[in-house]
Ligand binder design. Structure first.
Ligand SMILES: C[S@@+](CC[C@H](N)C(=O)[O-])C[C@H]1O[C@@H](n2cnc3c(N)ncnc32)[C@H](O)[C@@H]1O
Length: 627
């Protein structure tokens, strides 16, 4: 495969050029039958073409589907709706496909209940089930459901195919991923950049780095490759021990041979260092670090840990010590094994787009990074209840978290209604989003959750947590200021607005969101008394909201009282402009709340004394209104 350039090095264009015919050869190669040989033979054809493979799997009358339909009918014949059956939500049924050890009967039952519940009339439900199949390593089910879509004339789109390809890749079935690509024209679906990325990843997961590069080359020819595709290609080489090819790709990064948005950045260098470390090439690691400095790419903890590990393995302890010293000097975690373990964890979750190494997040969100690791070690993937419980345990055993646990959680669950379109301001690590997603499942699996988070590190961790819990399809995380998201108009109609970001601006953000509130909207405001939302209390009062105050305790702080305020806006025609003035004493109190909140991020503050000053004002207001 290698073609020598005049300089003696392998040029990537040559390498990719050399891979193009390989790709053709791969497409045309004899592939293993999709079904066990005896079943395939019963079709009367031992070796169907690729397209034929796909058509057969997709045909509603395939033996595979018939067999499943039989099982499904058996299951459907069990006591159902009218005769006291258990009701499962769409989310809960789709999540079953995520359980690696789920029996065929349980999965068949889930598919049948999804069908009979009318959920399998839409592309999105199938795609959600397929995505769960990917996580649960149920590639056969992914293919079967994809085929069923054709049989039931449910439109397949490029996302459906991309997810099915990913499911085959995760199930070590890269050949079947190719079958799916081959079947896309028949389904009138155009591959996009994610298709090629999923194909590259499928090949990469099976150690087929040359084929991964072939797909990268094809995506480049079609103009749909980007930096992410390039990184996947590099990782495919690095993971398969092809360190020379990885270095070659590093050379080509940022030249005309790579997609336009690729540069020799930290990611490319990091993968190259990893490849050299794995191959025991410590001198190359040191060269790479040197080059990074020359090119002003600051090595992060993972890059340095790779180089240190390579030097240790190569018994160059002096060089390893020098690197460790730099890590300590830059206040990085100098536990090389731990840093590398984190890097591996993020590689295990490649479906989180543009993975940021957890180590890079640590300076911004140390506790939250620890929490994410704690979750991955202790909770069950795809089991949202277990993730919620493990977060609560972390708050109990390790470090307090600003989440809506205990009484607040119960109140939240009791207030939500089936089909609520929920918008939350203040996602943090996704705890309350998961509580709400889970509650919507229990209420029938309709409705939606969109959550805004201003802190990018928190939002990144939240996405990872939600993905781990298997609710990423049910919760949209929007990174940025809540009021900016409101201004985009993209949050849609809101039936349930959860205010849990910054009490001193609740009134402003609520006012901005008012035009989006539905007629029956509920506003659920946490932390009204602790740390305090004085201007919000005044706002809902003068604007004519119907107000309910719930007095309860802050999560895991029995010494601190708090209020959750549940209020309903007046009808749209009675909603008013922002009040021009607010009582000065409330403005002063609000400024004090801000000041102590900021201070609490740096040092210990006496919240109980502060509350003793705040409470009389709030209770006087409450009593005056007879609330
Ligand atoms: C109390 S925590 C939210 C807890 C979360 N609702 C839960 O119970 O799991 C508040 C979060 O709001 C975020 N935040 C603060 N100001 C914000 C704003 N203007 N827009 C969006 N998020 C904001 C903070 O970064 C923090 O993560």
């Amino acid at each position: 495969m290698k073609a020598e350039s005049s300089s003696g090095q392998v040029g990537l264009h040559q390498m990719l050029g050399g891979l193009a015919p390989l790709f053709e050869a791969v497409s045309a190669a004899t592939l293993p039958p999709l079904l066990p040989p005896d079943e395939a033979a019963s079709w009367g054809c031992e070796q169907p073409s690729l397209a034929e493979h796909v058509r057969r799997v997709q045909g509603s009358d395939s033996p595979q589907l018939k067999a499943k339909a039989k099982t499904s009918r058996k299951v459907a014949a069990k006591p159902t709706a009218a005769s006291g059956r258990v009701l499962y939500s769409k989310g809960a049924l789709c999540t079953r496909f995520r359980q690696k050890d789920a029996s065929a009967e349980r999965l068949a039952e889930a598919a049948e209940l999804l069908r009979s519940g009318g959920h399998f009339e839409e592309t999105l439900s199938y795609t959600t089930a397929l995505r769960n199949c990917e996580h649960g390593h149920h590639w056969e089910w992914a293919l079967s459901l994809l085929g069923e879509m054709t049989g039931r004339s449910v439109e397949q789109d490029v996302v459906t195919y991309n997810v099915a390809i990913a499911a085959c890749g995760r199930g070590q079935q890269w050949e079947r991923s190719l079958c799916l690509l081959d079947g896309m024209p028949a389904a009138e679906v155009e591959p996009d950049f994610e298709t090629y990325q999923a194909l590259s990843l499928a090949c990469s997961r099976n150690g087929e780095w040359e084929k991964a590069l072939a797909f990268l080359a094809q995506a480049q020819q079609l103009g749909v490759a980007n930096s992410e595709s390039w990184h996947i290609g590099m990782m495919a080489c690095a993971g398969a021990g092809a360190w020379e090819a990885t270095l070659e790709m590093l050379e080509c990064a940022g030249t005309s041979e790579s997609p336009k948005d690729v540069s020799r950045d930290l990611m490319c260098y990091g993968v190259a260092l990893y490849a050299c470390m794995e191959a025991g090439r410590w001198p190359q690691c040191l060269d790479l670090l040197e080059r990074m400095r020359l090119e002003e790419v600051q090595p992060d903890s993972i890059a340095l840990a790779c180089a240190a590990q390579a030097c240790r393995d190569g018994r160059n302890q002096a060089a390893a010590n020098e690197i460790l010293e730099e890590m300590r000097h830059r206040k990085m975690d100098s536990n090389v094994a731990e840093v590398l373990n984190e890097a591996t964890l993020s590689v295990d979750f490649p479906e989180v787009r543009s993975p940021v190494p957890l180590g890079a997040l640590r300076p911004m969100a140390q506790k939250e990074v620890q929490l994410f690791k704690w979750i991955r070690q202790r909770a069950t993937p795809g089991d949202v209840q277990s993730v919620i419980k493990v977060i609560e345990e972390f708050a109990e055993e390790r470090s307090w978290l600003k989440i809506q646990g205990e009484q607040k959680k119960e109140l939240l669950e009791a207030t939500l209604r089936a089909e609520d379109r929920i918008v939350e301001f203040g996602c943090y690590v996704g705890y309350s989003s998961m509580v709400m997603a889970q509650r919507l499942r229990e209420l029938g699996g309709r409705g939606s959750v969109t959550t805004c988070e201003v802190d990018a590190a928190n939002a990144y961790i939240a996405r990872g947590v939600l993905q781990f819990a298997g609710v990423e399809g049910e919760v949209q995380v929007r990174v940025g200021c809540a009021c900016d998201w409101v201004a985009t108009g993209q949050l849609g109609t809101i039936d349930f607005l959860l205010l849990d970001h910054r009490g001193t601006i609740y009134h402003e953000d609520l006012h901005a969101a008012e035009p989006s509130l539905s007629e029956t909207a509920i506003v659920f405001a946490d932390n009204v008394l602790y740390p305090g939302a004085p201007l919000f209390v005044n706002y809902i009062d003068v604007q004519g909201y119907a107000i309910e105050i719930h007095e309860l305790k802050e999560f895991k702080r029995p010494d601190l009282d708090d209020w959750v305020v549940i209020c309903r806006p007046p009808p749209p025609e009675k909603r008013k402009e922002m009040p021009e003035s607010t009582p000065p004493e409330l403005r002063r109190l609000s400024a004090e709340v801000d000041a102590i909140s900021w201070r609490s991020q740096e040092q210990k503050v006496d919240w109980v004394s502060f509350q003793n000053r705040l409470k009389p004002v709030f209770y006087a207001w409450k009593d005056e209104r007879g609330l």
